[in-house]
Design a binder for this molecule. Structure first.
Ligand SMILES: Nc1ncnc2c1ncn2[C@@H]1O[C@H](COP(=O)(O)OP(=O)(O)OP(=O)(O)O)[C@@H](O)[C@H]1O
Ligand SMILES: [Mg+2]
Length: 230
């Protein structure tokens, strides 16, 4: 049996704000294999974003064990963790988080600049991924000159630029109408099927969750059930 992409055991996350403690995750066990497409669902405040941030190494658990491709990330120092995150993981957020002054191609190049790619290589790669998400005609548009769906596709291209094994998406269609939402989901399905990229998304919409291969249900900081889709 191959090692899982991510294996979380008894993960707790407690946030402290002054005297108040919020127990956001209360003992989550979750295994994600290579090539999966998982949707996480659950009520507001149930810990979905907290879990996604921990999977993505943007945050650390208060206690528990987390192995990312067999590596113990809980004990890793910040710079090794950032390095692992850069090499393995692409993020997509509800609000797109594009830089408004940069064009589509410049936004997509940004993570490659941080990773020290030479200019010609990163430009070539940025154009390639923008073409792959259907934005070959929008390379030099700025975010304000694009629709919400187009902006989210730029964000997905940016996430794909560094060839991640895993894409994490927190309510990626939360700000899109149903037609654009469906396009984004079809894009995820294609990336998952054709390139084998593992996808974990948080969504409130049952239709969107059904596009994946497994749904994980959360409530009050716990995983309370799951459903495998054909
Ligand atoms: N940085 C933080 N500091 C303090 N409390 C936090 C922090 N982040 C999250 N929480 C709390 O942890 C709990 C889980 O939050 P989380 O954002 O994971 O929920 P969610 O399931 O993503 O909700 P939503 O569907 O509304 O996005 C909530 O009670 C929230 O208030
Ligand atoms: Mg959330």
């Amino acid at each position: 049996m191959s090692i899982p992409l991510a294996e979380l055991s008894n993960i707790h996350r407690v946030f402290r704000q002054g005297q108040v403690e919020v127990h956001a995750l209360r003992g989550v066990d979750l295994r994600i294999d290579h090539g999966e497409f998982v949707s996480i669902m659950g009520p507001s405040g149930s810990g979905k974003s907290t879990l996604l941030n921990i999977i993505g190494c943007l945050d650390r658990p208060t206690s528990g064990r987390y192995l990312l491709e067999g590596r113990d990330v809980v004990s890793m120092n910040d710079s090794r963790l950032a390095d692992l995150r850069n090499r393995f993981i692409g993020f997509v957020f509800q609000m797109f988080h594009l830089l408004p002054k940069l064009t589509a191609v410049q936004n997509v190049e940004l993570p490659l600049i941080y990773r020290g790619w030479p200019a010609a290589d990163r430009r070539r790669r940025a154009v390639e991924v923008l073409q792959a998400v259907g934005l070959g005609e929008r390379l030099h548009h700025r975010p304000t000159q694009m629709s919400g769906g187009e902006q989210q596709r730029v964000a997905i291209a940016r996430a794909l630029a560094g060839r991640p094994s895993l894409i994490l998406a927190d309510e990626p269609t939360g700000n899109l109408d149903s037609r654009n939402s469906e396009e984004i989901m079809n894009l995820f399905v294609r990336l998952n099927r054709e390139q084998g990229i593992t996808i974990v998304q948080v969504t409130h919409e049952p239709d969107m969750a059904q596009m994946g291969k497994r749904i994980v249900y959360m409530r009050d900081g716990c995983v309370v059930g799951e459903e495998r889709l054909s």
